[in-house]
Design a protein around this ligand. Structure first.
Ligand code: PEP
Ligand code: MN
Length: 369
């Protein structure tokens, strides 16, 4: 179980999860206050707004800077909701601390840079302030993990992680690919760190937020960070993905927050146990089959070596793959899954056989006289 930290104590929406919301950028005092009041009714646990915006090209809106911090403080005074800003360097940290901002976050473009993260960590040494770390823009678990470790080493106690998706130049449906498995892996490394999902930056469009938010809750995320703006069509950054507070309210009302476990002794728990026993024995059979398949690959490798044959036999590989595809189709199994598994198996066979040939090519040790 994760240890209780600041993020687990934040206010939850009635469905039982934590929602961090607010505009992409603080644009003016009115926009900040009107948006914060609109979110008050939704039981938002933390109000977010960027005041320093990392922009791809110069000349774009770069945030209102330090001045905007006072608008956030005013929003907190009027609504009681704690406030969070993005920091990208030590100067931002110092300004946010002076303004008594409650929570900081590190954005995706900063998490990629260990120098910048280290600078922020140094600025936070000895300071007790909760901090959230978005995933890096590129799909590298270790950079995300490394950023969190730098903060931990500087003594930060209250750290959360945010999955905001990865920039993969994909032609997929979303602005940033969620690559959920990377967040699942992060959680395995750091079970005590609360994990949030930012469906706004994943979807890139307000009409995709509900679907991704629900997927995150199905995957046991601890909460959501969602961009909300009192008037999204006038937003100066990320206009397409921001929701009006009332639109966000409608989405939150429909979210299903799932239970982590069922009651011990219940019929559901009993049936789950039976099914999991079946899965366990199928998994054991899968591993045994893979081991036997690789033993046969090794024998084939020996034959190829003694008969001077290529490791890759293109027509044979096409035959293996098309047979597996046809069998998957016949059984109603995902062809994509089948192809992925077979490609991995084939790659492993190739590596085993390359190794066998390499041993053959290695210079012979000098003959003993
Ligand atoms: C943001 O939260 O507005 C932001 C800039 O996000 P990211 O770092 O995920 O791009
Ligand atoms: Mn944004």
């Amino acid at each position: 179980m994760p240890t209780s930290n600041y993020f687990q104590r934040l206010k939850k929406i009635p469905a039982g999860t934590t929602v961090i919301a607010g505009p992409c950028s603080a644009e003016d005092q009115d926009q900040v206050l009107v948006t914060a009041h609109g979110l008050l009714r939704l039981d938002v646990g933390l109000f977010r707004a960027g005041v320093w915006k990392p922009r791809t090209r110069p000349g774009a809106f770069e945030g209102r800077g330090e001045l905007a911090l006072s608008w956030l403080v005013k929003a907190r005074q009027e609504t009681g909701i704690p406030v969070a800003v993005e920091v990208a360097n030590a100067k931002h940290v110092e300004a946010a601390l002076r303004a008594q901002i409650d929570v900081l976050w590190i954005g995706a473009r900063t998490t990629v840079n260990p120098f910048a993260v280290q600078e922020i960590a140094e600025a936070l040494r000895g300071v007790d302030i909760p901090i959230m770390v978005k995933n890096p823009v590129n799909p590298e678990l270790m950079l995300w993990l490394g950023a969190i470790e730098r903060l931990q080493e500087a003594g930060c106690q209250d750290i959360a992680a945010i999955l905001r998706g990865f920039s993969c130049l994909s032609t997929g449906r979303w602005r940033n690919e969620p690559l959920w498995q990377i967040a699942i892996d992060l959680r395995q490394h750091l079970p005590g760190i609360p994990l949030f999902c930012d469906p706004s930056h994943i979807a890139g469009r307000s009409d995709g937020v509900a679907e991704i938010a629900q997927e995150a809750l199905n995957l046991d995320f601890d909460g959501l960070m969602i961009e909300a703006h009192c008037c999204p069509e006038q937003a100066v950054s990320d206009a397409a993905q921001q929701l009006r507070p009332e639109e966000l309210g409608a989405i939150l009302a429909k979210l299903a927050v799932r239970q982590r476990t069922s009651d011990p002794g219940s019929a559901c728990q009993q049936r789950l146990l039976e099914l999991r026993t079946e899965i366990d024995s199928l998994d054991a059979a899968l591993v045994t089959t893979m081991a036997r398949r690789m033993a046969v690959s090794r024998a084939i490798g020996d034959l190829k070596r003694t008969n001077n044959l290529t490791v890759l036999q293109r027509s044979r590989w096409e035959q293996v793959l098309s047979r597996a595809r046809a069998e998957a189709e016949r059984l109603g199994l995902s062809v994509r899954l089948t192809e992925d598994v077979f490609k991995l198996l084939h790659q492993e066979s190739i590596e085993i056989q390359q190794q066998i040939l390499k041993n053959d090519d290695a210079p012979q040790s000098p003959q003993q006289p």
